[in-house]
Design a protein around this ligand. Structure first.
Ligand code: C2E
Ligand code: CA
Ligand code: CA
Ligand code: CA
Length: 279
């Protein structure tokens, strides 16, 4: 048993060590990702469930490293956040999304809102609203075509501070949504303080709603609650026609997911929009 314990400890230490080296490696490589032009954005359509039309898109960060290949956000967003690199990367994401969206509009495509994910670190940065303003004025994009996605845990962490920032952003005319709704701790009393436009039902609920009656009840309740508080409700991670039908039947406003489209590189997203307009 003693031997087994020692082996287990060694195994654990090796695992810890490889996690640390992985983290250190990601950190070192991420420091150069921006200047080496390894980052890009993919865009996933958001679809209005009543009309079936694409009404928006979410910009999602992609990192192609010359030797590591595609590194998923799950592997590097946390590191970017801990090291503070997310501030520069997040600024790049915001500016790139605004410029790309304005370019599509100038090419004559149906104007859509583009959503950008905002991390806790960026949200706490006092320069955030100034940067949003600069991205809008430099790109020429109208404020209501930019949306910021703030996670539920981010806004519920320090409600008073978050409400003040959200109000300031809202006054600029941009759209705001609460992301991953239902996964964190949310107080309904606080929810009404946030002048946001959308609640995004987390994909874990969508995944289980057709097999777990209680999850279905949660989904229906979030739709009803969100709408009665004046929010639009969007479901993410919709992968099947049956999920789509259920959400439509329960009057969810918008959806996003592989069933309609995976996140696409900008040129392919532009083609999808062009083809849609031709229909
Ligand atoms: P998120 O904001 O919740 O984004 C949704 C994630 O679900 C994306 O993963 C998207 O590709 C994926 N997804 C979309 N439709 C489906 C579907 O039908 N089924 C399944 N299984 N997944 C679907 P992705 O792109 O890997 O991003 C993961 C997370 O990384 C994001 O979760 C977000 O928290 C973070 N992230 C991505 N880009 C950025 C960014 O620019 N800034 C910040 N701060 N975080 C980002
Ligand atoms: Ca998001
Ligand atoms: Ca989400
Ligand atoms: Ca998520």
């Amino acid at each position: 048993a003693k031997e087994g314990g020692r082996n287990q400890l060694q195994f654990y230490e090796a695992a810890m060590h490889s996690r640390i080296t992985e983290r250190a490696m990601i950190e070192a490589e991420l420091r150069h990702a921006l200047e080496r032009d390894e980052l890009s954005l993919h865009y996933q359509p958001k679809v209005d469930l009543r009309s079936g039309a694409v009404v928006g898109m979410e910009a999602l960060l992609r990192w192609r490293h010359p030797t590591l290949g595609m590194v998923s956000p799950a592997r590097f967003i946390g590191v970017a956040e801990e090291t503070g690199l997310i501030v520069a990367i997040g600024r790049w994401v915001m500016r790139t999304a605004c410029f790309q969206n304005q370019q599509w509009q100038q090419a004559g495509l149906t104007p859509l809102r583009v959503a950008v994910n905002v991390s806790a670190r960026q949200f706490r940065d006092p320069g955030l609203s100034r940067e949003v303003q600069a991205a809008l004025s430099d790109s020429g994009l109208a404020a209501h075509y930019l949306e910021l996605e703030l996670t539920e845990s981010l806004v519920m962490h320090n409600v008073e501070g978050a409400v003040a920032v959200v109000r300031e952003l809202k006054q600029m005319g941009i759209a705001l949504s609460i992301d991953d709704f239902g996964t964190g701790y949310s107080s309904l009393a606080y929810l009404k303080l946030f002048p946001v436009d959308y609640l995004k039902i987390d994909q874990s609920f969508v995944r289980e709603m057709l097999t777990e009656p209680k999850v279905a009840a949660i989904v229906r309740s979030v739709i009803a609650l969100g709408q009665s508080l004046g929010f639009k409700v969007i479901a993410e991670g919709v992968e099947t026609e049956a999920q789509l039908a259920y959400l439509r039947r329960h009057q969810c406003d918008e959806m996003q997911g592989y069933f309609f489209s995976k996140p696409l590189p900008a040129p392919e997203f532009g083609e999808l929009l062009g083809a849609e307009r031709a229909l």
